[in-house]
Structure formats: C-alpha cells, structure tokens
Design a protein around this ligand. Sequence first.
Ligand SMILES: [Ca+2]
Ligand SMILES: [Ca+2]
Ligand SMILES: [Ca+2]
Ligand SMILES: [Ca+2]
Length: 429
Amino acid sequence: MSWLAGWLLACVPSDAPAPAPTPSEPLQTSTSVWTAPPGLGTGQVVRLQRGGATVAVSALDAFGAAPSVYVVPVSAASGSLDDLATATFTNHPTTQAGFDVVVADLDADGADDALVLGSLVTDLLSENTSVMGMLAGPLEGALSAEDLVGAWGGGTTRSYARRLSVADVSGDGVDDLVVTIAALDFSELNGIAVFEGPVTGLPIDGPHDYEISTDAEVGYGANFLTAQLDDDPEHELIVQAATSQEVWLTDARRADADSGRIGVLLQEGWDFAYLGRSLGSGRVVQTDLPEVWLGANGYGERAGRVDAHVVREGLVGTWVASIESHEPHGLFGTSMCLADLNHDGHQDLVVGAPGDPYFGEPRPGRIYVFGGPVAEGEHDASEASQILQMSEAADSFGYAMACQDGQLFVTAPDDPDGKHVYVFEGMRW
Ligand SMILES: [Ca+2]
Ligand SMILES: [Ca+2]
Ligand SMILES: [Ca+2]
Ligand SMILES: [Ca+2]
C-alpha cells in the first residue's frame, strides 16, 4: 500500500459533530485577496521566492491536470491573478498534478528561475512519472511547456517526487537544488536527491549529483524542509518518513551522504497521525536553541496537532511544546508557517486547519495564529491569539501557507468564489 493510500484508508470516519466554528473578532490587518480564473483550483502550493520578493502559486484545472503557476509580487493588491502575475506558466494539458514549484536564481545569472514539478501521463495505462522542469529567468509574461529549458526524470525505476527546495546543503555557499525521489508508481519513497548549484547548462538532463536514501519501508522523503539547525554553514534537512511515522534530521553534506541518519524523532503510537505533513523551523518557544515544528494533521480523529522539538548539537531533537486541536476532522497541522508577523521581535506560529474533505462534514477552513513566544509544555489550539475563517464555504482555507516577517499568504483552493489566496499584512492581536 502506498504511503498516501495508507493515510487515506486507515482513517476511521467519526460521527461526532464538529464543534461550532469559533473564529476570532476580525484581525487588525490589511488583507488582500487574489482571485483565480473560474474553474481553476489555485493554491495547492504557495511558495515564497528565495529572497522573498515574489510568491509562486500553483493552479490545477477542474480535472486536476494542466498545472499552472502564477508568479506574483508580494506587494500586489487585491485582484485577479491573471492581472497581478508578472509571469504565468501553463503546462502541457496531459500533465497532471502540480506537486511543487520553487522560484530562485538557480543558475546564478542574477535573474530568477522557476522549477516546476509535476506528473506526466506517459501511456494509455496512465502510468505516471514525475518530471521536474526548469524555466530559465527572467520570468516574464506567458510561459508554456515549450519554454522549459530542461527536464529531469529520475531514471527507469524511480522519479523525482513531490517536494522541491533550494538551499545550500553542500556547504560551499552556493544554493543547491534538493528534491525527493520515489518509485515510479509512488509506492515507495526512499530518498532525497541533491543537484549541487549553480545548476547551469542547457539542456538540463543530467542526473543529480548525489542522494541520501534509506530502506524503502521507511518512506523517507514524503515531505521535507531545508533549514539551518546548527553552527555549520550548510542547511540541514528535516525529512518526513511517512511510512515509519518519523521525522528525521539529516546533515546533507556530500561527505555525510552515506550516513544520512543523524537524528530520529520517533513518536510511538501515532499510527496514521501523518507526522510531518507540515514542517517548520524557527524559534517560537522562548529558547536559545533552534526548533523544528512537526504537524500531524491526522492525530486524534483527524483533529491534528503540532509539536516543537529543540535541536541540540549532533541534530538531537528534544520535545519542548505541543499544540493539540480537539476538533475532529479539522486537520489542524496540514500547513504551518513561522515568522514575526506583528513585528514585535518574536517569531509567531500559524497553523492551518483546512477541514477534512474525505471523512468530515463540509466546513470552512481556518488558521490559528499563535503569537510568540509560546511557552514550553502542552497547549490547546483554542489558546490561539487569533482564529481566522474567511468564508462560510468549505473553502479549504489554510491548505497551504507561506510567510515572512510581516506577511502571510494563505490559500483557499476550494473557495467557490475563486478567492484563492489571502495576503495578511500588519497583523495585530
Ligand atoms: Ca537565473
Ligand atoms: Ca551548495
Ligand atoms: Ca547547518
Ligand atoms: Ca511576533
């Protein structure tokens, strides 16, 4: 059984009614709304450009195919994504889900490039393989599959999977491209591939430089994040091991690629909690140590929770705080974001609870804002500084988020009115 099917099938529906929504009073904030064209489900993915000047938003058509990507300046006011985007990429119609997108200057020529990751229908049996394509900057105007300067597949038995990141993981000061690897049918997730930057050369069809992999049954690489967790210059990997319900902290330097397995945060008895569905790093709990935040949106009747672990020397994680929701099928922890949103000098935590489209009653999505510092120990989600809900529809508000100090971008991919990205600035609570 694949890790995804395992997550979906193992979750037992509950007849317990969800408590009535309790959104907070309107936040003191300026809110912009980016609206998608009719029929496009925008916002499965929202990612800040490396550097924070633009936001990339993914979109799928009504059949979950033909992924598009809008690149929008972070300062854009409310309006149509078609009008606000400085670049729009529309993929080939036979291309399926848009798994991920990153915008960064990967070839170090001074102009942003985009990497898009999707699944191609390769034959009549709908056997899928994931392909990662690069759009070389400058990113301007309407772009199509013909503008892709190169495409990577993973080989004959594996493909690049669902998550991308750009960060210096090799320690030479130059950003690298990091991507998960899976079996072609996604039944096994078992590695992280690294392309050492700068990634240049056209066409780009070479294999990755090295990889960090584990036994297939671990499910290493369903989700991951790059973050700075110690004193060495390179970024570390925070990796979801979906099948074994773990999150691993991994040093991704080339010299350490064989060991790869430095820290393990094993959570006993959390079957199908989907630990690592969302991942974060920062310093929200009052501490001098870097933290990793782990979302487990399937925990406890799919109510969900998030846990913070401080990271000590040697990438050893120690639990310090948790925030648990008691609303079944809220899927609290589907997304999260860490930044100082109200400019008070403390990082804040935002957690998305978009609702459960599989086993729950239709309900609006919500986000929970926890003003930092969050005290050590156990907390209830109702302690949030703010709980926000933007409509009465089952809009999946909170499905994906991106943020930087003072700015929060939240998607609502199922909003029937097409209000698919909310931008919050100047937040106060
Ligand atoms: Ca470039
Ligand atoms: Ca590097
Ligand atoms: Ca480091
Ligand atoms: Ca703050």
